[in-house]
Design a protein around this ligand. Structure first.
Ligand code: FMN
Length: 167
C-alpha cells in the first residue's frame, strides 16, 4: 500500500474539508490542513476582495508549519477551494514549496459554479510528479455549503483513489 497524505485548504464553509475528510477516512490516510500564518479576517466580501488581490499578484502567503512531511509520502491528494478561477493562495504556497519528483499527486477542488483553471494550475505546479484522478466538486453559487455535484461521483473518485493507493 502506498503511504498517503491528504492536504487541504478550506475557508468558507468547510466544503473542501468535507471532501478531504471523506477521502482520508476511506484511505486511512494522514490529514494535513493548511493554515496561513496571518488568518483572513473581515466579512466574506472582504475576503473575496483580498483573495482577488492576492491571486492577481501571485501572492504566496506564509503557512503555519506543517505537521506531516510531504516528502515521506508516495501519494499526496491536495484539495483547495476555487478562488478567482484558480487555487486558493495557501494551496499555491504549499504546492510551490514542495519537490514533486517521484510523487503521485491527486488534485481536487471545490467551486461555486465557475471552476476556471484550478486543476490545470495545480497540475502545472506539480509537473515534476505524476498527476492523476483530478476531481472538481461544485457547491452552490452563493458560496454556500449545498453540494451540487452528485455524491456518487465523489464516492466513485474516492474508490478510484483507494485503488491507486492499493487500499
Ligand atoms: C476569495 C474567494 C473567491 C472565490 N472565487 C470563486 C471562483 O472563481 N469560482 C467559483 O466557482 N467559486 C469561487 N468561490 C467560491 C468557493 O470556491 C466555494 O464556495 C468553495 O466550495 C468554498 O470551499 P471551502 O468551504 O472549503 O472554503 C470563491 C470564494 C472565495 C472566498
Amino acid at each position: 500500500m502506498k503511504k498517503t497524505l491528504v492536504v487541504y485548504y478550506s475557508w468558507s464553509n468547510g466544503n473542501t474539508k468535507k471532501i478531504a475528510e471523506q477521502l482520508t477516512a476511506a484511505l486511512g490516510a494522514d490529514l494535513e490542513r493548511l493554515e496561513p500564518q496571518t488568518p483572513y479576517s473581515g466579512s466574506y466580501n472582504d475576503v473575496v476582495d483580498q483573495g482577488q488581490r492576492e491571486v492577481e499578484e501571485g501572492y504566496l502567503p506564509p503557512l503555519k508549519p506543517l505537521t506531516h512531511n510531504p516528502a515521506d509520502y508516495d501519494l499526496i491528494a491536495a484539495g483547495t477551494p476555487t478562488w478567482w478561477y484558480t487555487m486558493a493562495p495557501c494551496m499555491r504556497s504549499f504546492l510551490q514549496s514542495q519537490d514533486w519528483t517521484g510523487r503521485t499527486v491527486v488534485p481536487f477542488m471545490t467551486n461555486g459554479g465557475w471552476p476556471g483553471h484550478v486543476i490545470a494550475d495545480m497540475s502545472s505546479l506539480c509537473k515534476a510528479g505524476k498527476v492523476i484522478l483530478p476531481l472538481e466538486v461544485q457547491f452552490d453559487s452563493n458560496g454556500g455549503a449545498k453540494q451540487i455535484t452528485p455524491q456518487n461521483e465523489v464516492d466513485a473518485w474516492v474508490r478510484a483513489v483507494c485503488q491507486e493507493a492499493g487500499k
